[in-house]
Design a binder for this molecule. Sequence first.
Ligand SMILES: Nc1ncnc2c1ncn2[C@@H]1O[C@H](COP(=O)(O)OP(=O)(O)OP(=O)(O)O)[C@@H](O)[C@H]1O
Length: 500
Amino acid sequence: MAGDDNLLLRIHGVAKRFNSVVALRSADLEVQAGEVHALMGANGAGKSTLVKIITGVYPADGGEITLAGKPSVFRSPAEARRAGIVSVYQDPAIVPDLTVAQNMRLARVPLEAVKAAMRTLGIDHIDLSRTARDIDFALLRLIDLSRALASNPSILLLDEITAALPADLSERVFQVVRDWRRGGKSVIFISHRMAEVAALCDRATVLRDGVTVGVTPTAGAEAKIVNMMLGTDVAKAAAAVERRAANIATGGPPALEVRNLNYGHAVRDVSFSVAPGEVLGVAALEGQGQEELFDCIAGVRRADAGEVRAHGELLRLRHPADAIRAGLVLVPANRLQALLHQRSVRENIALSAFGALRSWGAIAMGAERHRVDDAIQRLQIDTRAAPEVRRLSGGNQQKVVIARWIASGFRTLLCFDPTRGIDVGTKQQIYALLREVAGQGASVLLFTSELPEIRLACDRAIVLFGGRISGEMPAEKADEARLLHAAHGLPPAETAEVRA
Ligand SMILES: Nc1ncnc2c1ncn2[C@@H]1O[C@H](COP(=O)(O)OP(=O)(O)OP(=O)(O)O)[C@@H](O)[C@H]1O
C-alpha cells in the first residue's frame, strides 16, 4: 500500500444539503495514487452526492477538497476533467436521441481516444452512428466509461458502473480498473456488490447518513463493512432474513407458459413454464436475448412467433396493457423509463398506468393509501426527497419501481434485474419479498445480472445463450460455476464427464 506522501485526493468535512434534505453532514475521504478505493454506504447515504461535489456538479456547503496537496474547488465537470478527475455517473451522461459519435462530440472528447477505449473494453463492434436510445443500457454504460477513459484522468470515479452489467462485461471493467491502478492512477469505486469490492478494491471508506464512519482495507472485511454501512443491529436483522420454503402448486395449468417464442435473432424457440408459487430465475451474459424475452412476455415488443399463456389462457400481447390485464407485470431494466420524474414517490407508486387492476386473490388490494404506505415501508424507501422522484438516490428510485407493483397487485411478476443499485440490507428484504409473494401463490420470473441471487431467491433457473435456453437446473445446483458454464453455451459438466 502506498504511503501518505502518495496522497492524491483529500476530502475533509464536506457537507451538502438540498433544501431540507441533508445529503452529507461531514464526509471525509483520502485516496492514494495507485489505489482503487471503494466508497460504500446504504442507499441514500450520500455517495453520489459526494461524487458530484468532487467533480463540480454541485458546490459543497462546507468542507475542504485538496488535490495533490492543493486546495481545489471545481465549478463544473469540465473544470474537474482539466484537473484530471473524471466520473462515470450512475445514469449515463448520454443524450438518447443523439448518435454515439454526436454524444462524444458534445462531451468534447476526441473520438479516436474513445474508439481506443472501446477496443480495450471489447465493445468496438458498436457502430458510432447508432442512436444512443437503440443501444442496450449495459453497453451504454460502457460507452460512457470509454468517454471517461478517453480523457485519461488521474482519478476515475465509477458510480455503480457494474450495477447493470452481467459477469462478462463486469470482468472487462475490472481489467481496466486493474490496468489503471498499475499505471499509478486512482479509481474511486462505488458498488453494492460486496464480493467485487473485496476482490477489486484496496481500501473502503464507509458513509452512513452523510457521515464518514470508517475506513478499512477491504480484504476479508465484508462483514465489517456491512456493519459499518447499516449499523450492527440492522446488519444482523438483514442477515437473519430467512429463505421461505417454496409453496409451488402442481397439477393445474402453469401461471406462465411460454412456447416456441421467437423474436428476430434475439429469442429463438424459447419454451418454459413457471408454476403458481414458483420463482424461476433467468441467468445470461450480456445480450443473450433476455431483455427481448421479458419485453415479449410483457407486451412491450411483439414476438414473431410462439405462444404465451397465463393460467392456461392464450394471450394476445400487442401492448403492455394486454399483459397487465392478465396479471403479468414488468419491473423493467431501465428505471428512468419507468418513472414519472417530476412526480412524487406516492404518485409514482399509486400510478396504475392502464386503469384499474383486478384484485389478484391473495395479494392484498386494500385502500390505496394503505397499500402505498405499506410498500414504502416494506421496501424501506428513503422518502426524504419524496416530492420529486428524480431527486431520490438511485437505489431508492429502483425501489419505487418495485413498490408500484407490490402496491397494485399482480399474478406473475416479470422482474428484470430488480436489485440493481440496491444496498445489501434491502437486497435481503427484496429476496424475502419475492419469496413471500410466491408463498401467497404468485409467480416470479427473475432475470438477475448478479448470479449468486439465483440461489438466494429462486426455486429453479434457466440459462440463455444466443437467444436459446442452454441450461436448466434447480436452485440448489445453480452455483456461479454451473450458471456461467451454461451461460457460455457449454454442455452440462456432468454430461461432459460421462462422455470422457
Ligand atoms: N438534487 C437533489 N435534491 C434533493 N435531494 C437530493 C438530491 N440529490 C440527492 N438528494 C438526496 O440526498 C440523499 C443522498 O443521496 P445520494 O444519491 O447521494 O445517495 P447514494 O448513497 O448515492 O444512494 P444510492 O446507493 O441509492 O445511489 C438522498 O436522501 C437523496 O434523496
